[in-house]
Design a protein around this ligand. Structure first.
Ligand SMILES: Nc1ncnc2c1ncn2[C@@H]1O[C@H](COP(=O)(O)OP(=O)(O)OP(=O)(O)O)[C@@H](O)[C@H]1O
Ligand SMILES: [Mg+2]
Length: 386
């Protein structure tokens, strides 16, 4: 008896698999043909195929005489009614899904127009919510990059305005001096010649700095890193800046631990040091001290230039590395020979330092020193050679 029931069951399963499977394959074909239609049509199709597979199975088993004609009619009717209900529910769910997806499309369209994505479908299915979250993250990244671009554009505009001012002023002076020389009314022609020469040198330096900066910013700065002894670099920087330090009565010294090597571009690193040292000398009162220290720390080589500038105000400290920023309001260059040449820079030196250091994957920072004599320390950290 059990064996008989068992074989009946096997037959029923086989018949149902064949008939329902056939209906499923036909349903798959229909779904494929309808794949470009809306979500409600697709979900109704899936419900129809499911009910169709049930009905096909019932027909198959009835044909094999497993169902009486009465039972067959009853189950068929029940399946047909269940089918109608299933299609209704599937259409409804499909419509809700398609409303969520339309909502997401509207939000994405607004995102395209305003650049800001605001998701509202918090009850949408997880895939749509993930998509909305991804769009939100993209919108944040876009906002950040737009802000960065705006800052860069502003800096570029300021640079052009300041540089043209910095060039126009000495050019006006040069013109006045050459006219005076031409008309023979210059009281001291030699002094005028010296001034003209000094102005031309200053402007040449500024144009060189601008060229260097543009190479740094366009990424075309060519570095030839090699192993360098830090001690040699510091000695060279001291030798180069010593005459200026003497004239200003500033003591200039250096201290480097024995044998420290750094993998860097020799010319670039010399420029970093000389810009820092010249700044330090310029901002240190006579009889003050400027000191360069080189040392090895965990995974890095540190170079610091300490001066007695009296400290840089907090708000200014954040800006010293900006292109064309300088700490004095007046951007009028001092005439050569005038006592205070603090205003004679173009504000490019530290931007170049930062550009070169970062091109070496290093960092540069500045801090104030409270211990007397109050001053500041510029610190360059470069990765230690592997
Ligand atoms: N060692 C320092 N001590 C105090 N202030 C400094 C020091 N170095 C730089 N600064 C401030 O930072 C500003 C920017 O320095 P930066 O070297 O970029 O330009 P600059 O020296 O004015 O001109 P440039 O270097 O182009 O000739 C300076 O104008 C100064 O106000
Ligand atoms: Mg400078």
């Amino acid at each position: 008896m059990t064996a008989l029931v068992g074989s009946d069951q096997v037959q029923i399963v086989l018949i149902a698999v064949a008939w329902s499977g056939g209906a499923g394959v036909v349903g798959l074909g229909i779904a494929y043909l309808l794949r470009r239609r809306s979500v409600p049509v697709l979900s109704a199709t899936v419900a129809l195929v499911a009910v169709g597979a049930v009905i096909a199975g019932i027909i198959g088993t009835a044909r094999a005489m497993f169902l009486s004609s009465h039972d067959f009619r009853v189950t068929l009717m029940v399946a047909a009614i269940a089918g109608v209900v299933a299609v209704l529910v599937a259409t409804l769910v499909g419509r809700v899904l398609s409303r969520w997806s339309r909502q997401l499309a509207d939000e994405t369209r607004r995102f395209g127009a305003s650049g800001e994505f605001v998701a509202s479908g918090s009850s949408a299915p997880v895939e749509l919510r993930q998509l909305a979250a991804e769009l939100e993250r993209t919108s944040e990244r876009l906002a950040q990059s737009r802000a960065r671009e705006r800052r860069l554009e502003e800096a570029r505009r300021e640079l052009v305005a300041w540089v043209s001012h910095d060039l126009r002023t000495p050019l006006a002076g040069l013109r006045a001096m050459t006219e005076a020389l031409e008309d023979g009314i210059a009281p001291e022609p030699e002094r005028y010649h010296r001034q003209i020469r000094a102005e031309v040198d200053r402007m040449t330096r500024m144009v060189d700095d601008l060229f260097e900066l543009s190479r740094i910013h366009s990424g075309t700065l060519e570095l030839s890193p090699q192993s360098l002894l830090l001690g040699d670099l510091v000695s060279e920087a001291i030798a180069g800046a010593d005459p200026v330090a003497r004239v200003r009565g500033v003591r200039l010294g250096g201290r480097v631990e024995e044998g420290i090597e750094v993998h860097a571009d020799a010319q670039g690193l010399s420029r970093v040091l000389s810009n820092l040292v010249m700044n330090a000398i310029r901002h240190t009162p006579s009889d003050g001290t400027v000191e360069i220290v080189g040392r090895q720390v965990a995974g890095a080589v540190e170079l610091s230039v300490t001066d007695a500038c009296g400290g840089i105000p907090d708000a200014d400290r954040e800006r010293v590395f900006d292109v064309a920023w300088r700490g004095v309001d007046a951007r009028t260059p001092a005439a050569p020979g005038e006592a205070d040449d603090r205003t004679s820079g173009a504000g490019l030196g530290l931007a170049i330092v930062k550009g070169i250091v970062e091109a070496h994957s290093g960092q540069v920072s500045v801090e104030n020193l409270d211990a007397p004599p109050a001053g500041c320390r510029f610190l360059v950290r470069l990765p230690a050679p592997a």
